[in-house]
Design a protein around this ligand. Structure first.
Ligand code: SAM
Ligand code: SF4
Length: 380
């Protein structure tokens, strides 16, 4: 895949991005109700508990310093659209006081159709948010109900229309493999009509300690089988490609210029700071993870891991091969790994599965579904 195929804005992001750039992730662990499949760190909290969390979060931001330029900010969850107006203002006031935020920074908020409204959208605009990621998951009322979503198909569509009045850069999440959903292309068709520019399609994962796990175990819920999911994924990729959506990562599709810069920073091994419960940071070759419990988070419990050269080589291959960011050959060389001498690498190049361009190598998108195979075969 040629980088030029994916979009000029992203190219510009890469040529201008440097070691002095950084991304920020903020975790908002609030949910009105737990969806049956969800293992993300999120809880149904009282108003007082939520207030306590936001105060602690603001304090955490206050106590962090960097002179680096912030290129992307991402408010994820949980359900960031449950934040009330004053909380959004307080978070952005603190961020702008503390950090040097690029004037063209990509600033995303994840929203759920049932908790976002016009007043909140106006506040998002006012604080500089310019990208909205909507959790749609499915456009079948039966499916939405079966996984515990609090919105209907109509609500999702109405909210996407409303968001479209205020924002151009809209992304929507779909889940592949839900019971009875052999294909999601009709949902993608509707999303495109609603002017969605980016679609993330995640394959259903059944995590232990979720409601879905017990339902599947007790045969009360039957997800699509592996073959069915693979077919659904292939159909979706084909359909989206016909509609000019580039597959720029295993699970992500976008019109040119609408690729998520925040995620591309993760995948191209850029640095980031994570604030909030369970958030991770990657700074100066260290990965730091905040605690997953509120108790641990409030006593600032963290786990720190130093990234060795060997780990970095593997991680760069693992992340870069799954997406358009690719893997920089000279960086691998500097880390002591001459991949061009690897026999598997030569074979993949010969067979046209991997391409080398401008000092980087890329896996062609049509092989993304086998990415793990290529990754394992390219490790030193
Ligand atoms: C941080 S989550 C939730 C965002 C938002 N609260 C929502 O529910 O729409 C981001 C996305 O991960 C996906 N996701 C969460 N759990 C999943 C699972 N077990 N299997 C597949 N996708 C999942 C969903 O598509 C979801 O929109
Ligand atoms: S999918 Fe979203 S709304 Fe549902 S429980 Fe997870 S974070 Fe909350």
């Amino acid at each position: 895949m040629k980088s030029s195929e994916v979009g000029k804005d992203v190219d510009a992001f890469y040529t201008s991005s440097s070691e002095n750039d950084i991304s920020i992730y903020i975790h908002i662990p609030f949910c009105e109700r737990k969806c049956s499949y969800c293992a993300f760190v999120s809880f149904c909290l009282s108003y007082a508990e939520r207030e306590e969390y936001i105060n602690f979060l603001l304090d955490e931001i206050e106590n962090f310093s960097t002179t680096k330029k912030v290129k992307t900010i991402y408010l994820g969850g949980g359900t960031p659209s449950l934040l009330i107006k004053d909380e959004i203002f307080a978070i952005f006031k603190k961020l702008r006081e503390k950090f040097n935020i690029d004037e063209n920074a990509e600033i995303t908020i994840e929203v759920n159709p049932n908790s976002v409204d016009e007043e909140k959208l106006k506040v998002y605009k006012e604080v500089g948010i310019n990208r909205i990621s909507v959790g749609v998951q499915s456009l079948s009322n039966k499916t939405l109900k079966s996984i515990g979503r609090l919105h209907t198909k109509k609500e999702a569509i109405d909210k996407l229309k409303l968001i479209g009045k205020y924002f151009d850069n809209i992304s929507a999440d779909l889940i592949l493999g839900l019971s009875g959903e052999k294909s999601v292309t009709r949902y993608a068709k509707k999303l495109i009509k609603l002017k969605v520019k980016h679609i993330s399609s995640y394959m259903l994962e059944v995590h232990e300690n979720t409601k879905l796990f017990s339902e599947v175990r007790d045969k009360k819920y039957r997800p699509l089988d592996e073959k069915g999911v693979a077919k659904s994924y292939e159909r979706l990729a084909k359909f989206l490609s016909k509609h000019n959506f580039n597959q720029y990562e295993v699970s992500n599709f976008a019109l040119a210029g609408y690729e998520s810069k925040h995620n591309l920073n993760y995948w191209s091994y850029g640095e980031y700071i994570g604030f909030g419960i369970s958030a991770h940071s990657f700074l100066s070759h260290k990965r730091i993870a905040n605690a997953n419990s509120l108790q641990g988070y409030y006593i600032r419990k963290q786990k720190e891991e130093k990234i060795t050269k060997d780990m970095e080589i593997e991680e760069r291959i693992m992340l870069g091969l799954r997406c358009f960011a690719g893997v920089d050959i000279s960086i691998l060389n500097n880390l002591g790994y001459d991949i061009q001498k690897n026999e598997n690498y030569k074979r993949f190049l010969n067979e046209g599965e991997i391409i080398e361009e401008n000092g980087k190598f890329y896996l062609l998108p049509k092989y993304y579904k086998f990415a793990d195979y290529y990754i394992l075969n390219l490790f030193p």
